[in-house]
Design a protein around this ligand. Structure first.
Ligand code: NAI
Ligand code: MG
Length: 332
């Protein structure tokens, strides 16, 4: 029995996570799923965005599935993003975002790229200080972080049979930091059996649209990966299709890439595919690869049968989608 924490969060988080949990319950009896609280709703209920009880539960769990949270809209100097806190507390250094077109009638380009994003430093150090006339933001790039993110990307490419890996950076401007990242990339990739190349981040953004590739992997630093993965998701139909994982040494947190979508929250129309696919990534991480594969294979089949939420050109509600999808899944 593997123990997984389920954190629904805010907005459409509970709507899509309930759907993913239905799928996990259907496919596996070997998961003990325990609920935990986080986000704005948690702040209202418990006075904390990230209660200690949640951290304790995560420490006892093998993995977690998380929806999304709403960030405060007004500046509060005491606010610390609970997600960034978790990434730090559990050293979730690799943010893994597979972006794939799931049906020819959805999205704009034929793309299948694995984006592996450094998740602990870069522009996300949270270290900003005011100086006369402006603000200075610190950006950190360490050798260790470069090495481990490149090694994780190589490991994932091998496991998934991806033959080509691209280092995305901005070393023409950030010569020392990004230059070091690029050097470490070529050092590590040399004997990996993979075909390595590198692209400047602006060129990579254009290449996603103009020369989209399949079987591709981008390994990149924090901010570049954040932006490129939203772009890539938009190219294959939107954020409702983009799952992700935050992977550390002994623990991993899986979540749809999207946020809490306040514009559609409560209307029951959110696309749960990103959450369902995040659940599949979690099963693979827990060693249940064949179950993950079934969940993944049933998605294009369901879309092909017109089982779709409005963002995918359909008319089904989140729960109607889930019911239809589970019927398709039962045939796999
Ligand atoms: P968002 O991802 O919530 O929404 C962007 C657009 O995509 C919206 O029009 C939304 O309706 C649509 N969308 C997102 N997920 C969808 C789905 N599953 N099905 C159909 N349509 C979907 O990003 P936004 O609006 O910038 O942020 C909203 C809130 O979420 C903010 O408070 C933000 O800080 C937070 N956020 C949280 C994240 C997390 O918890 N990991 C990640 C990104 C944003
Ligand atoms: Mg983002």
């Amino acid at each position: 029995m593997r123990k997984v924490a389920i954190i629904e969060g805010d907005g459409i988080g509970p709507e899509v996570i309930r759907s993913a949990v239905d799928v996990l319950r259907y496919i596996s009896a070997d998961l003990e799923m325990v609920s935990a609280d986080m986000g704005q709703g948690s702040y209202r209920r418990n006075g904390s965005y990230l209660p200690q009880g949640t951290i304790d539960l995560l420490k006892e769990s093998d993995a977690a599935l998380f929806g999304a949270i709403t960030s405060p809209t007004t500046y509060d100097p005491s606010y610390r993003s609970p997600l960034l806190q978790l990434r730090r507390e559990f050293d979730l250094y690799a943010n893994v975002r597979p972006v794939k077109r799931l049906h020819p009638s959805i999205g704009l380009v034929e793309l299948d790229v694995l984006i592996v994003r450094e998740n602990t430093e870069g522009m996300y150090t949270g270290s900003e200080r005011e100086v006369p006339g402006g603000v200075i933001t610190e950006r950190k790039v360490s050798e260790r972080a470069c090495r481990r993110i490149v090694d994780k990307a190589i490991e994932l490419c091998r496991a998934e049979g991806r033959g080509s890996i691209t280092c995305v950076h901005k070393s023409n401007v950030l010569r020392r930091s990004d230059g070091m990242f690029r050097e470490i990339f070529y050092e590590r990739v040399k004997d990996s059996g993979l075909q390595g190349r590198d692209l400047l981040v602006d060129a990579a953004a254009a290449a996603l649209v103009l020369q989209p590739r399949t079987q591709e992997c981008f390994v990149t630093l924090n901010l570049y990966g954040d932006i490129l993965s939203d772009e890539a998701a938009a190219l294959v139909g939107g954020l409702g299709f983009a799952p992700s994982a935050n992977i550390g040494e002994g623990f991993a947190l899986f979540e749809p890439t999207h946020g809490s979508a306040p514009d559609i929250a409560g209307r029951g129309i959110a696309n749960p595919i990103a959450a369902i696919l995040s659940g599949a990534m979690m099963l693979r991480y827990l060693g249940m690869g064949s179950k993950a594969q079934k969940i993944e294979a049933a998605i294009p089949a369901a879309l092909g049968q017109g089982i779709r939420t409005p963002d995918a050109g359909g008319r089904l509600s989140t729960t109607e989608f889930t019911r239809g999808y589970l019927e398709v899944l039962s045939t796999f």
